[in-house]
Design a protein around this ligand. Structure first.
Ligand code: GL9
Length: 820
């Protein structure tokens, strides 16, 4: 976000054709002959031509922000998952048909050249994808918003399946360069680590602090542009990249230590080298804390620099800016801003703290106890000594207040303290984020309720006004308009095109559910999408699937709480049933899985292996393979998701109630007309309320029942003993049935479900799940009934647009206004 040009210096908007510009770029920017461009040249030329058009709009929008003195939103996230850019940007900028015209000349389709694009995997899953959906909505609503994160050289690992097991391969997504990302090698920020804190007294005798020495790493901006949908608005996500500190390297050169200095350079660049692949369970590694501080410190520099240009008093900082923290990962921003205000701007503690508490807002995305982030005090003291002092002081003042207001609760201070005393003292980042923010939100109604009742119960009483809910949303541009072209056309034919930015309009197709012709067209769209997926499966997995079978999909990260296991147990029991009753007529089903497991999460990797072993067995059994298929699609990512979502009949959202904060995959499938089989967890509950209870298959224990059952003493062995069908399945897993010659391959899984106590209540929900599937198979056979339900799902999903979610953030938390 270089400073914008004054109006008079602004370049003229382009008026040459997109294709001409693409050819121009092939020659002059890429240095390649443009006479007969192949698909790579066409792709790169188009990217540059589209980028030009975005940059013009971006520059004028930035200028507007300054002229209108807008309040700005900073969205800080360690992860973004934008998916491929070209199609999305063409769509938003209204350039699709121009691109088609250009490509037709060289006999390429847009689909073909999209193969050239590398998908940036700068996130693990839901949390990163949410950040990208929100950036899209912010641009579409015309908000003065800035995304901030890290430009990882290696994104989330590429998953290969070898002999049924997950193998992780590095994702070198930048190997061919990436023109969507513009590096800004000038004006880097120095970021300090380690070092020492010196005390000094100013003229008034006030004690001051100065953090010195240590290592310096430079932060370089790489900007990625986000156009709003056909509104001329373009925002930017600034991704920081670590670069070596020039002087440091030079001094080593002078000392004659050439190799040493090069090693030093490599070490510094390490910070932005790779995304940590663990979801919902942070890794307490020094490098991870360095990543967090690195991007936060550079971001706060940008914010302060822009604010200082306005020449306003410091107390106006929170009137002109707001910072949304996506999870606790960027919460070190709170002590960092305190440090800048106290030590650099020499503002007193009270004023500095007042500013901070009005500036920051924090979103919590998970209540898994192992996911609540903490950092050892000892590490923090070494790496960020001044920040640790500040955290101690924030805590001292906070606890003093708590003691004053809650005199008769002597245990409360230790429960809410930012620092926990255990065998190892740690900083609780969620407590830091709560104390330092004016707003704390959960991501679905149930999740926010759980935060209030359990996880942050003590804080609700201390800060009753800070807590609020913002149910997640997804962008209809990527998750309907782009991924489901046939259905989008059908919708636009009946509704006009406004639904793309006003998703509540989908309500109007409710009445069309009674229209036989519409239902027929609807079914045709779905079939087209299913055939496309079937082709992909044939190509990728070499397995033929029946596009008329039920496409039952569970695509998400592998985690025990998401219970892919429940799904496989049921598939095995279906298989047993078929083998025992060869004459029975069964609705053909295709079960499709996709998802990655964290490389160190052995149980999740074993579950992937189990699915692949079961798939191999079932798909090769001549007795069952016409009615039952099991597919594992490797390397699940945004592109694959865009193919899966519109082709899904049944969406599996079966987490143990109380564990999935919201889920957003659930929204994507339902928006595209899939029916959900799900637990009363996260946003499933709200989806049920919107699409109607008759159009969703909710089953199993609710959150309270899970707690009650556990408190009563839940014994999975009882279920094992009493349910013969389930026992048979479990015994098969605990034998060499799926791994000939190796009977212990899945004993870890078996034990976790039985002797291990079944932490995620898989067996407890099994019977209800199997019965619900039976109902689904039956109702799928009634085509009119099913298609009606499918239509009513899409019709009811308007609420889950990220435009709605972002509007709620804007009105209730951010106080920023559209500038279009
Ligand atoms: C998550 C929650 O687990 C999801 O339920 C939620 O929908 C998203 C977005 O709010 O956030 N929190 C989290 O750590 N992940 C989520 O998906 N995990 C990953 O991003 C891998």
């Amino acid at each position: 976000m270089n400073e914008p040009l004054a109006e008079s210096e602004a370049p003229q908007a382009r008026n040459s054709a997109l294709g001409e510009d693409a050819l121009w770029h092939i020659l002059y920017s890429l240095g390649r002959d443009n006479a007969h461009p192949d698909k790579h040249k066409c792709y790169w030329g188009l990217v540059l031509a589209v980028r030009d058009r975005m940059l013009e709009k971006w520059a004028s929008v930035q200028r507007q922000y300054y002229e209108n003195d807008d309040k700005r939103l900073y969205y800080l996230s360690l992860e973004f998952l934008p998916g491929k850019f070209l199609r999305e940007n063409l769509l938003s900028l209204g350039l699709e048909s121009e691109a088609h015209t250009f490509l037709r000349k060289y006999s390429f389709s847009l689909d073909q050249i999209m193969d050239v694009e590398c998908e940036p995997g700068l996130g693990n899953g839901g949390l990163g994808r949410l950040a990208s959906c929100y950036m899209d909505s912010m641009a579409t609503l015309g908000l003065p918003a800035f995304g901030y994160g890290i430009r990882y050289s290696y994104g989330l690992f590429r998953q290969e399946i070898r002999n049924g097991r997950q193998v992780e391969m590095p994702d070198n997504w930048l190997h061919e360069g990436n023109h969507w990302l513009i590096p800004r090698p000038h004006g880097l920020y120095p970021i300090r680590f380690y070092g020492t804190v010196h005390e000094w007294q100013d003229d008034d005798g006030t004690l001051r602090h100065d953090w010195r020495g240590g290592d310096i790493v430079m932060a370089m901006a790489n900007d990625m542009y986000v156009p709003g949908y056909r509104n001329g608005h373009v925002n930017c996500i600034r991704l920081w990249e670590a670069r070596p500190h020039k002087e440091f390297v030079l001094s080593s050169f002078n000392a004659g230590d050439y190799i040493g200095s090069v090693q030093e350079k490599i070490k510094d660049e390490n910070i932005s080298m790779v995304l940590y692949p663990s979801d919902d369970a942070p890794e307490g590694k020094t490098l991870r804390l360095k990543q967090q501080y690195f991007f936060v410190a550079a971001t706060m520099r940008d914010l302060v620099r822009r604010f200082k240009k306005l020449n306003k008093p410091w107390d106006q900082l929170p009137e002109k800016n707001v910072v949304q923290l996506n999870e606790t990962h960027p919460s070190i921003a709170i002590p960092e801003l305190m440090r800048i205000l106290l030590d650099e701007e020499l503002i007193c503690w009270e004023d500095s703290w007042f500013i901070c508490q009005k500036l920051f807002a924090y979103t919590n995305h998970t209540i898994l106890p192992e996911a609540l982030e903490t950092w050892p005090v000892e590490l923090m003291e070494r790496l960020l000594p001044r920040h640790m002092q500040i955290i101690y002081e924030i805590n001292r003042r906070f606890l003093e207040d708590v003691r004053l207001h809650f005199r008769d609760e002597p245990d409360l201070p230790s429960r809410v303290s930012l620092i926990s005393d255990g065998p190892e003292k740690v900083v609780r980042m969620s407590h830091l984020a709560i104390v330092g923010s004016f707003s704390i939100n959960g991501v679905s109604a149930l999740h926010t309720q759980i935060l209030r009742d359990r996880v942050f119960h003590d804080f609700i009483r201390i800060f009753p006004d800070r807590f609020n809910n913002k149910t997640n949303g997804i962008t209809p541009r990527r998750w309907l308009r782009q991924c489901n072209v046939s259905l989008s056309w059908l919708l636009s034919e009946h509704l006009g095109c406004d639904w793309v930015t006003d998703l509540d309009q989908l309500e109007r197709i409710r009445e069309l559910a009674d229209d036989e012709e519409f239902r027929h067209d609807w079914e045709q769209c779905r079939l087209t999408n299913k055939k496309r997926l079937a082709d992909h499966i044939e190509k990728r997995n070499g397995i033929t699937v029946n596009p008329h079978s039920i496409f039952d999909v569970q695509a998400k990260r592998f985690h025990e709480y998401k219970r892919q296991l429940l799904n496989v147990l049921h598939i095995i029991s279906l298989y047993n049933h078929l083998r025992k009753n060869p004459e029975v007529m069964m609705q053909p089903r295709t079960f499709i899985f996709g998802g990655k497991a964290a490389p160190s999460y052995w149980m999740a990797k074993d579950i992937i292996y189990l699915i692949n072993c079961v798939a191999r067995r079932i798909n090769s059994d001549p007795h069952t393979r016409n009615v039952l298929k099991v597919i594992f699609l490797a390397n699940y990512n945004i592109s694959l998701s865009q193919l899966l979502v519109p082709a899904t009949d049944v969406s599996e959202q079966i987490s143990t109630a109380g564990y999935e904060a919201s889920g957003t995959g659930n929204m994507k499938f339902a928006l595209n007309g899939a029916l959900t089989i799900g637990t009363r967890d996260g946003a499933n509950i709200e989806i049920g309320e919107r699409v109607g209870q008759d159009n969703i298959y909710l089953f199993g224990l609710c959150e309270q029942e899970v707690l009650d059952m556990r408190n009563r003493g839940y014994d999975p062995w009882e279920l094992y003993k009493n349910d013969g069908e389930l026992r048979e399945v479990l015994d098969m897993i605990n034998s060499d049935e799926f791994t000939p010659g190796n009977p212990t391959a899945f004993s870890g899984i078996f034990n976790s479900l039985l002797s291990g106590g079944d932490r995620f209540m898989v067996l407890a929900d099994y019977r209800a799940y199997a019965e619900t599937h039976q109902r689904i198979a039956h109702e799928f056979g009634d085509r009119e009934l099913w298609i009606r339900k499918s239509i009513l799902n899409t019709a009811g999903m308007g609420f889950f647009s990220s435009d709605r979610a972002v509007r709620e953030y804007m009105d209730d938390i951010w106080g920023v206004k559209p500038d279009v």
